[in-house]
Design a binder for this molecule. Structure first.
Ligand code: TYM
Length: 329
């Protein structure tokens, strides 16, 4: 049986945090290790241009994401690892796809509105076009699984709509891609007690490269309460800490703390200390692996070069098929 394809990507906006790791990278790893899937993982450098960025450091930021990928266990023997702009077919396909998408549909997306609110000066055509390029990233490989966090669901919806429209209008056979996330990791909350963990909110995140002291410091800033009450809070700082306890220390430990909350009370210094140790224990092997790749930049160059060639081969096929169906060739 032919392998199903998987595609995912992360923008080059800095080092990855544990939200990216749990929400996206862990899913990428699970599918990479499943022989039923052929996996394509990229750094979305073109999508990075849709919000303010520094051209002088963009290449370094791309490298940071690649290093985090490799450190986390993405394996060039099993996955095609590449940089989006090195496979220019994505952009050409995105243009072709834009013919079946209305401006109104794009303007109403919550992800678009949020970004415009965040960067009112950067309301560009590229930002509006973001989901179309993302659909092209996915459909170039005819991927039917996409490991991403739940915030990306509106974009996946657009990819499904585009697939459906292209199939209907031109007799193509794009699959309708579905999100894949490890259960419980689709949304990692901010350490600040409100919203999601995000690179753009200082104090909200823990990076994969953080040492124990930095993790302790980040957790120290997480809001708490008296540690006692009739009901365990369902949202806010304490709920978020308990969610992380479940993810890094296990559900049993989380239950123990929940029972303590309605019983004798929680000592947050203890909880935070234990959680910091558990997070660091999970990150330490990644940090050691990262050093190996940091010290061998020619190996990383080679991985990306080979990745772009392999991805380009598939991309050329899909593009030719699409152009033919659309009457261009
Ligand atoms: P980006 O760079 O914003 O986000 C990277 C990935 O991390 C996930 N994520 C989270 N998951 C759970 N909890 C959180 N707090 C959290 N924060 C971030 C995001 O859901 C995402 O999976 N549009 C994509 C990049 C992209 C892409 C693609 C993805 C471009 N082309 C094609 C998949 C397929 C993005 O915004 O990544």
């Amino acid at each position: 049986m032919a392998q199903k394809r998987v595609l995912s990507g992360i923008r080059a906006t800095g080092r990855l945090h544990i939200g990216n790791y749990l929400g996206a990278v862990k899913g990428m790893l699970a599918l990479q290790d499943n022989p039923e899937y052929e996996t394509f993982y990229m750094v979305a450098d073109l999508h990075t241009l849709t919000t303010p960025y520094d051209a002088k450091t963009l290449k370094d930021s791309v490298r940071e994401v690649v290093l985090d990928y490799l450190a986390a266990g993405l394996d060039p023997e099993k996955s095609v690892i590449f940089v989006q702009s090195q496979v220019p077919e994505h952009v050409e396909l995105a243009y072709l796809f834009s013919t079946v998408v209305t401006i109104a549909r794009m303007q109403h997306l919550p992800t678009y509105k949020d970004k415009v609110k965040q960067y009112p000066q950067a309301n560009s055509m590229a930002l509006l076009h973001y989901p179309v390029l993302m659909a092209a990233d996915i459909l170039t490989y005819k991927a039917d699984s996409v490991p991403v966090g739940i915030d990306q669901e509106p974009h996946l919806e657009i990819a499904r709509e585009i697939a459906g429209k292209m199939n209907e209008a031109y007799g193509l056979s794009f699959p309708e891609p579905k999100r894949f996330t490890i259960k419980g990791s689709e949304y990692i909350p901010s350490l600040k007690g409100e919203g999601k963990m995000s690179k753009t909110v200082e104090g909200s995140y823990i990076n994969l490269t953080d040492d124990l002291a930095s993790i302790r410091q980040a957790l120290a800033g997480a809001p708490t309460d008296s540690g006692k009450g009739e009901k365990v809070p369902a949202e806010g700082g304490v709920a978020n800490l308990l969610k992380l306890v479940g993810l890094f220390l296990g559900e049993t430990k989380k239950k123990d703390y929940e029972e303590a909350y309605i019983g004798e009370g929680i000592k947050y210094s203890e909880l935070k200390g234990e959680l910091a140790e558990a997070i660091f224990a999970e990150l330490k092997p990644l940090q050691e692996k990262r050093k190996v790749f940091e010290n061998d930049s020619s190996l990383v160059d080679r991985i990306l070069k080979e990745g772009a060639v392999k991805a380009g081969k598939v991309a050329k096929e899909t593009l030719a098929e699409t152009k033919k169906a659309m009457g261009l060739i």
